[in-house]
Design a protein around this ligand. Structure first.
Ligand code: ZN
Length: 425
């Protein structure tokens, strides 16, 4: 039995409870605090002595271990991933009813596979913003793990050609969830969430709320060789990055300054104050190296952008470049793209292969079909922002951006091993 089979409950708990980027950050924060990291505030001056630190910014979290500025001139070893996943987000005004059913509007966040939200048992999570009696704006994480909302699919009898012509979903019209009968005494959705969460409804001013599928993470396949879960993209990478980071730091197994950076807003292009295109990481590096010229250290630095990769789909071979077949449980996928949709260049590829080969970690090389537009990651964005060589890689998966994704169990261990050895290299 391998380690993940034995110790999966912690990973599954992370996948199940990180239903919003804010919850992912909370879970990461809890792990860092347990490992004796200190939370710093960007609004106050920092005095760094030897130790682990982290900062948070709107659904993003960055942690590092600092020994001294001189050592920091060896450069940085950065592992980056993203805390957000495509989903359906609640609108600022929640109202509406039709034919005796209470409804509300949603907005599609990122490139969600819309069909995967139909007929699922949906909970609600995110944050409520309140105004306190002393006029302070306060944030409260909320998570309703009950099947409150449903988006029922249209019966086939009313759309006979759906299987031949494909399902067309208009996000404004067809994705409005139902959540109660109009005749119920409970008519205010936010009031319902507030009372379930022990928050005074009158104090609530606004929210960032989203839906999540309640089905929990599980092993799948006859040999239980796969993991089926929501948000595999990219919580699996967040978790592997976090655990390898903490393991490196606590075992003193690093040479460069290890930095873990988990960004919000990757699924919508990363351009935000908290996203990878913002100044979170550049400012953090400036503050670590305060008062010294760190351009030399930056030039010696290396980053890994860990994000999901497409496994070759057995039913859609024509969608893949079969010279670059990617299999689940056959190793991490190192991603290449000449048009810089992935940041890995030949030197980065060779560097990743060297780490794999010297630690018996299997790897595969991913390249998109040449006649299909390629996805991207935070790799090229962060790389351009910092001028740091970056390697894009990740765990092969199927059903990317569905509410229920699938990846290989062994690959999770391979990614953790790789990142641990990356921090130590
Ligand atoms: Zn991703």
């Amino acid at each position: 039995m391998n380690t993940l089979q034995e110790n999966h409950s912690e990973l599954f708990n992370f996948l199940d409870t990180s239903t919003s980027p804010y919850h992912a950050v909370k879970n990461v924060r809890d792990h860092l605090l347990k490992a004796n990291f200190t939370q710093l505030n960007e609004q106050t001056p920092w005095k760094l002595s030897t130790g682990g630190y982290f900062i948070e910014r709107d659904g993003s979290i960055a942690a590092w271990y600092f020994r001294n500025t001189k050592e920091a001139s060896n450069g940085l070893a950065i592992v980056a991933a993203h805390t957000d996943s495509p989903n359906l987000r609640l609108k600022p005004v929640l109202k509406g009813n039709q034919v005796g059913l209470s409804q509300f509007g949603v907005e599609v966040y990122g490139g969600a596979l819309l069909n995967s939200w139909l007929d699922r048992d949906l909970g609600i999570s995110g944050r409520l913003i309140t105004l306190s009696p002393n006029n302070e704006i306060e944030e409260h994480l909320v998570q309703i793990n009950e099947p409150v909302a449903k988006i029922p699919q249209l019966a086939i009898h009313l759309n006979r050609s759906v299987n031949e012509n494909g399902l067309i979903l208009n996000p404004q019209q067809h994705l409005r969830p139902i959540w109660n009968d109009v005749s119920s005494d409970t008519t205010d959705l936010v009031g319902f969430i507030a009372s379930e969460s022990g928050i005074d409804r009158q104090s609530i001013r606004s929210w960032d709320l989203m839906l999540h599928d309640l089905q929990k993470a599980t092993f799948a396949g006859a040999d239980k060789q796969w993991i089926a879960s929501a948000r595999i993209d990219n919580l699996i990478s967040c978790h592997a990055s976090l655990s390898s980071f903490i393991k490196s730091v606590s075992g003193d197994k690093f040479k460069k300054v290890p930095i873990l950076c988990l960004f919000n807003h990757e699924e919508v292009g990363s351009t935000s104050a908290a996203g990878a295109a913002g100044n979170l990481l550049p400012l953090l590096i400036q503050r670590i190296f305060k008062d010294i010229d760190y351009s030399e250290a930056l030039a010696k630095s290396l980053m890994v952008s860990a994000d999901g990769a497409h496994a070759t789909h057995p039913n859609y071979l024509e969608k893949h470049d079969l010279d670059h077949e990617i299999r689940m449980n056959a190793g991490i996928a190192i991603k290449r793209n000449s048009n810089e949709r992935y940041a890995t260049n030949a030197i980065g590829q060779a560097t990743a292969q060297k780490i794999c080969e010297s630690n018996n970690i299997p790897y595969q090389l991913f390249s998109n079909r040449s006649d299909l537009a390629c996805g991207s990651t935070i790799g090229p964005i962060s790389s351009a922002n910092l001028g740091i060589s970056t390697i894009d890689l990740g765990i092969p998966q199927l059903s990317m951006h569905s509410t229920r994704e699938l990846c290989g169990k062994r690959d999770v261990t391979f990614l953790e091993d790789f990142l641990f050895n990356f921090f130590g290299s």
